[in-house]
Design a protein around this ligand. Structure first.
Ligand SMILES: NC(=O)c1ccc[n+]([C@@H]2O[C@H](COP(=O)([O-])OP(=O)(O)OC[C@H]3O[C@@H](n4cnc5c(N)ncnc54)[C@H](O)[C@@H]3O)[C@@H](O)[C@H]2O)c1
Length: 447
C-alpha cells in the first residue's frame, strides 16, 4: 500500500515536469496587472497556453480583444498571442482545476496603519483550496513578508486534504522586474525560486527554467526575504542621498554635482539619486512589510524605518523650498498657480500609484495654492480616495504657462521639451536634475 502511494506521488511530479518541459502544461495567472500580464506574455511567447484571470472586467475585456493596458506589453504582441489562442482571459476562478500551474500575482498593499494587507493573497488561496487537484503547482509571485507562503497559504491549501510536496506543489518566486527599464527586462533578470519542500522547488524550477535563468534558494521564506531585502536596499540608499540633498541644500552645495563626481569611483559605490520622494508599488511599501514582520521577533529595523521617514518627508521639503523661492519673488504659496511637471512615479511610465507628486499636490492644495499638472503619459489622475478629485493633464500652451507662478519638475519624462517649458515659465524647481543640459539655467533651482 505504502509503495503504491509513493508511486502515485512520484507520478505527480514526473507527469507535471514532463508536461512543463513539453509545453503541454496549461498555466493560469491570477491577477493580471503589471506583473501578471507581462508574465503571461512571457510564458505564452515560450509556447505555453495561458489563461489570465482577474476580477477586473475592464482588463479581461481588453485582453480578450488583444489590447494591452501597460507599456511593457505592446498591442501587437498581445493581439498575436490572443489570436494564436496562447492567451485567453476570464473572470471565472472555477475553471482552475484544469490548469497545471497557477501563479498568483495579486496586489499586496498596506493597510491604513501601514501594516501588510495580504487579504488578496488569502482570498485567492481560499478559492484555490476549493478547486485544487493532485499534480498542480501553485506559485506566489506577489511581494510579501517572509513566511507568507508557509504560514498563510499552506494552511489554507492543506484544508483540501492534499499533501504539499507530494500531491501538489507550492513555491514562491518574487517578481523583480523594473517596468520601463529597457536594459534589464523579464527576459534577462534571473528568477529567485524557493519551494515549501524540495519537490516543490524542483517543480517550480522546472517551470521557470523554460523562460529565464533561475536562482534556487532553500525555502519559500528565503525567496520572500530576498525580494524584501532588494527593495529595502534601494529604499535605504535613496534615503541616504535624500538626506544628503537636504544637507547640501543648507550648505549651498549642488548635490547633483557632488553625486556625479562620487559615482565615478569604480568600486564600492552604486548610483542612487535624490528626488521628491519614492513612489510605485514597491519602494514605499515593501520595507514596511519587513519592519512589521521583524516586530514579531522583537526586532526593530532602525535603518529601514529611518529611510522610510526621510523618503516620506521629501514632499514636505519640496514644499518648504518652493515657499522660500516664491517669497524671493515676492509671492506667497497661498494663491499661487503651481504646475507639477510629471506625475508618474518614475520616468517614462504611466503608473502614478503612490507617486510623490500626489503628496505634493495634496500639500499644495492644503496651502491654498492652485495646482495643475502636465504629464503626457497620465492624461487624468485621481487623488487619494479621501479627496476623490480627478485632475486632467494641462495643455502646455504659452498662454497656460504664462499663468503659472512656479513649475515643479517631479518626473523627468524624456518627452518633455524642457527648453520650451523653462523659457515660458517664471520659476522652475527641478527635483530630478532633468534640466542639467539646458544652457540658460537662470530661472531654475535644483533640489
Ligand atoms: N508593479 C511593479 O513594479 C512590481 C514589481 C515587482 C513586484 N510587484 C508585486 O507584484 C504584485 C502585483 O503587482 P502589480 O503591480 O501587478 O499589481 P496590480 O494592482 O497592477 O495588479 C494586480 C491585479 O490583481 C487583481 N486581483 C485582485 N484580487 C484578485 C482576485 N481575488 N482574483 C483575481 N484577480 C485579482 C487586480 O484586479 C489587479 O488587476 C504585488 O505584490 C507587487 O508588490 C510589483
Amino acid at each position: 500500500m505504502k509503495e503504491m502511494i509513493l508511486d502515485i506521488h512520484s507520478t505527480n511530479i514526473a507527469t507535471l515536469k514532463k508536461k512543463i518541459e513539453n509545453r503541454d502544461a496549461k498555466i493560469g495567472v491570477i491577477g493580471v496587472g503589471y506583473v501578471g500580464l507581462t508574465l503571461s506574455v512571457q510564458l505564452a511567447n515560450k509556447g505555453f497556453e495561458v489563461l489570465t484571470i482577474d476580477k477586473d472586467h475592464f482588463k479581461i475585456d481588453q485582453i480578450n480583444k488583444g489590447n494591452s493596458y501597460i507599456e511593457d506589453v505592446s498591442n501587437e504582441e498581445l493581439y498575436s498571442l490572443v489570436k494564436k489562442n496562447k492567451i485567453s482571459a476570464s473572470l471565472n476562478m472555477d475553471i482552475i482545476s484544469s490548469y497545471d500551474v497557477l501563479i498568483i500575482c495579486v496586489p499586496t498593499p498596506l493597510t491604513v496603519n501601514r501594516e501588510p494587507d495580504i487579504s488578496y493573497i488569502e482570498e485567492v488561496s481560499h478559492i484555490i483550496s476549493k478547486y485544487i487537484r493532485p499534480g498542480q503547482l501553485i506559485i506566489l509571485e506577489s511581494t510579501t513578508y517572509p513566511g507568507t507562503t508557509n504560514e498563510v497559504i499552506l494552511p489554507i491549501l492543506n484544508k483540501s486534504n492534499l499533501e504539499v510536496g507530494k500531491d501538489y506543489f507550492l513555491a514562491h518566486s518574487p517578481e523583480r522586474v523594473d517596468f520601463g527599464n529597457k536594459m534589464h527586462t523579464r527576459v534577462n533578470i534571473p528568477k529567485v525560486v524557493g519551494g515549501v519542500t524540495s519537490q516543490c522547488l524542483e517543480a517550480a524550477l522546472t517551470l521557470y527554467k523554460q523562460i529565464v535563468e533561475v536562482i534556487p534558494v532553500s525555502s519559500s521564506t528565503v525567496a520572500e526575504m530576498v525580494k524584501l531585502f532588494e527593495n529595502t536596499y534601494r529604499s535605504v540608499n535613496i534615503g541616504l542621498v535624500n538626506e544628503l540633498a537636504m544637507l547640501c541644500n543648507r550648505m549651498g552645495i549642488n548635490v547633483w554635482e557632488m553625486l556625479d563626481a562620487a559615482f565615478t569611483k569604480p568600486y564600492g559605490i552604486q548610483s542612487f539619486y535624490p528626488g521628491p520622494g519614492v513612489g510605485g508599488h514597491c519602494i514605499p511599501i515593501d520595507p514596511f512589510y519587513l519592519v512589521w514582520k521583524a516586530r514579531e521577533y522583537d526586532f526593530s529595523l532602525k535603518f529601514v524605518e529611518l529611510a522610510g521617514e526621510i523618503n516620506s518627508n521629501m514632499p514636505y521639503f519640496i514644499l518648504e523650498k518652493l515657499t522660500y523661492l516664491l517669497n524671493h519673488n515676492n509671492k506667497t504659496l497661498k494663491g499661487s498657480n503651481i504646475l507639477i511637471l510629471g506625475v508618474a512615479y518614475k520616468k517614462d511610465i504611466s503608473d502614478y500609484r503612490n507617486s510623490p507628486a500626489i503628496k505634493i499636490i495634496e500639500l499644495l492644495k492644503k496651502s491654498n495654492a492652485s495646482v495643475s499638472y502636465h504629464d503626457p503619459l497620465v492624461p487624468e489622475m485621481k487623488l487619494s480616495s479621501k479627496d476623490g478629485h480627478t485632475l486632467y493633464s494641462l495643455d502646455l500652451s504659452v498662454n497656460n504657462l504664462n499663468t503659472i507662478d512656479a513649475v515643479i519638475i517631479a518626473t523627468d519624462h524624456s518627452a518633455f521639451d524642457l527648453d520650451y517649458i523653462v523659457e515660458n515659465s517664471c520659476l522652475v524647481l527641478d527635483t530630478r536634475n532633468a534640466t542639467r543640459k539646458l544652457k540658460n539655467k537662470e530661472k531654475i533651482t535644483y533640489l
